[in-house]
Ligand binder design. Structure first.
Ligand SMILES: [Zn+2]
Length: 165
């Protein structure tokens, strides 16, 4: 099967890395609610993607394609899920045109005035579990992803007689 050059190696590892990378800004902020920097705005990643695409147009370095696409898609997936599961801070989809914060369920910014390291402790963790739809939805997604990974590995080991690395 022919694969698009946008999704050839190292697209997958870059996608995985980029899908968690925006939260690096949490290390530099004092609170959970305050941790969304420019890394949590789509415009930043559009500029990065455009810049990398321009470099590719002029220098024709093929590996830039899967890397730039992986970064772009991974970061957008992160922003989308942060929007979907926002509890204390949303996503500024239109930044810098507007500073408006977008979220799906009503957020409570005052509950996020704790340090990142306090997120796994009470009272933050109880607040985190308050929205049962979100909480069990998140657990469900993790379980489905784990099941898919196991299924995928089994199919490959049946085909090749080896497991996927
Ligand atoms: Zn985030």
């Amino acid at each position: 099967m022919k694969q698009s050059s946008w999704t050839t190696y190292p697209f997958m590892p870059v996608l995985l890395f980029a899908s968690i990378f925006p939260d690096i800004d949490g290390l530099f902020s004092g609170t959970v609610a305050g941790h969304h920097s420019i890394l949590h705005t789509p415009i930043f990643w559009i500029i990065i993607f455009t810049g990398m695409s321009l470099v590719n147009v002029f220098l024709k370095i093929d590996v830039i394609k899967p890397i730039s696409f992986g970064i772009f898609l991974g970061a957008q997936l992160h922003l989308f899920t942060d929007w979907l599961t926002a509890r204390t801070v949303g996503i500024q989809w239109l930044y810098p045109l507007s500073q408006k914060d977008y979220y799906l369920f009503q957020i409570q910014p005052e509950k996020g005035q704790v340090s990142i390291w306090k997120m796994v402790q009470n009272p933050y963790f109880s607040f985190y579990m308050e929205n049962k739809v979100l909480f069990w939805g998140e657990i469900g997604v993790i379980l489905i992803a784990g099941a898919l990974l196991i299924y995928h590995n089994q199919i490959h080991s049946q085909i090749r007689g080896t497991s996927v690395k």
